[in-house]
Ligand binder design. Structure first.
Ligand SMILES: Cc1cc2nc3c(=O)[nH]c(=O)nc-3n(C[C@H](O)[C@H](O)[C@H](O)COP(=O)(O)OP(=O)(O)OC[C@H]3O[C@@H](n4cnc5c(N)ncnc54)[C@H](O)[C@@H]3O)c2cc1C
Length: 389
């Protein structure tokens, strides 16, 4: 999903039509108990903001951005790995696998959670890379032909809505999202490590990769046997799945190098659990912020230092929220805040008076004040105001 805190920037950059062509503007997220299918909470992210909550698959998002990058004149080369980065006060360089060296004013290391460049960048300021931490939970991702979902009377309603659906069970959780534009129905089945420990291929122990195309769908069916029949039916409708071992990156002391000409951006800086659907959206914020700062008349070093100062606290708070959801979803909804609340902010949310809700980054997660901060925050405003570094 592309959340409103990110879609506002994509719209400003002229992507509205391209994303609308391949995405639904998801009306809401619905949180259920995985055993009973009871609806615990319905949340409308986009109601806080005019910007859409786009429900779109990863490969469609990549295609939209790839096409736009080519149109803008970017040169994209595949199969050209980077083995080294370095910098001086005057500039920076990358070394490719074939030994070729390229130079630039600023190099962004966007090489993901298992970044090879992160240790090199951290070394410039005397720090060591903590590396990702995986808690042993695993997500199995499936794509189900929507005709199958629609032809089963028990699952049909899931193929007739573009709401995000979430189910929370004891030690397991699930999501579904149907995209009416692409007719793609995606399901995610998450589970704790002990549930996959009987199979070394499923546990992925010792595997360097966090992702594989060879998840075992029969394992998912077995594990979800005790859950509500809707989830069992969904698992039965699918024939294959991808598997992701879940991981996050601990908060880093620094995202930028000694001279500020090498910067970690995206998952290499702040990889988070997917349970807030914010990893990509935080990258859009990274880019929007850096773009605004680099357009100001200052040095690269000043821009990257200010970028880190603005972006790091926000990304880390969102990462903590994703981790909290990651814990929450596997408790069967027991700890999940239900719809009713006496707080004035909840009341305002219920009454539809969104303006009355106070934005508060430090409010407890999953409260209207926090959710409003999450979705309405505009990083470009912060970058325009500027701050002393
Ligand atoms: C199951 C799941 C669901 C998710 N759902 C959402 C969602 O709904 N919304 C959302 O906002 N986020 C979501 N996320 C998070 C999102 O996918 C990530 O935050 C995002 O893909 C990270 O992008 P990235 O470019 O930083 O890293 P990556 O996507 O990991 O890309 C890194 C790239 O760098 C390349 N690379 C690595 N090393 C080198 C090297 N040495 N030289 C050259 N290239 C290299 C890799 O080949 C890769 O192409 C989800 C994640 C998961 C696992």
């Amino acid at each position: 999903m592309v959340r409103p805190n990110a879609s506002q920037h994509l719209m400003r950059w002229g992507f509205e039509a391209a994303f609308d062509a391949v995405s639904d503007r998801a009306p809401a997220s619905n949180y259920h108990n995985a055993d009973t299918n009871e609806l615990l909470r319905r949340r409308e992210a986009a109601s806080f903001s005019e910007a859409p909550d786009w429900g779109v698959e990863r490969k469609r998002t990549q295609q939209v951005l790839y096409d736009a990058a080519l149109r803008a004149g970017a040169k994209i080369e595949f199969g050209r790995g980077i083995v080294d980065v370095s910098e001086t006060a005057e500039g920076s360089s990358v070394t490719l696998t074939d030994g070729e060296v390229r130079y630039g004013d600023l190099i962004l290391a966007t090489d993901g959670i298992r970044s090879r460049l992160r240790p090199q960048i951290m070394r410039t300021v005397g720090l060591t890379d903590p590396g990702p931490s995986a808690d042993g939970t695993t997500i199995f991702q499936v794509e189900i032909p929507v005709e199958r979902v629609l032809s089963n009377p028990r699952t049909r309603y899931l193929g007739e809505t573009s709401d995000l659906m979430v189910w929370m069970g004891e030690g397991l959780w699930s999501y579904t999202l149907f995209n009416t534009k692409t007719r793609v129905f995606v399901g995610l089945f998450g589970m704790l490590k002990e549930d996959v420990s009987t199979s070394s291929t499923e546990s992925g122990e010792g595997s360097k990769s966090l992702w594989t195309q060879e998840g075992d769908i029969s394992h998912v069916r077995d594990r979800f046997k005790g859950t509500h029949h809707v989830l069992q039916e969904l698992a039965a409708l699918t024939t294959s799945c991808d598997r992701w071992r879940q991981a996050e990156l601990p908060d880093l002391h620094q995202w930028i190098s000694k001279h500020g000409r090498l910067a970690l951006l995206g998952d290499s800086a702040h990889a988070m659990y997917p349970d807030a659907a914010q990893g990509f959206s935080q990258i859009v914020e990274d880019v929007a912020c850096l773009d605004a700062l680099l357009l100001r008349p200052s040095t690269v070093q000043t821009a990257t230092a200010e970028w880190q100062k603005i972006r790091k606290p926000r990304a880390e708070r969102v990462k903590a929220y994703a981790a909290a959801n990651h814990q929450l979803y596997r408790l069967g909804g027991r700890a999940f805040p239900k719809q009713t609340s006496d707080s004035s902010n909840d009341q305002a949310n219920k009454d539809g008076d969104q303006d009355a809700i106070l934005v508060d980054a430090n409010a407890p997660f999953n409260t209207p004040a926090f959710t409003k901060w999450l979705y309405t925050y505009d990083v470009v405003k912060d970058a325009s105001v500027g701050s002393d570094v």
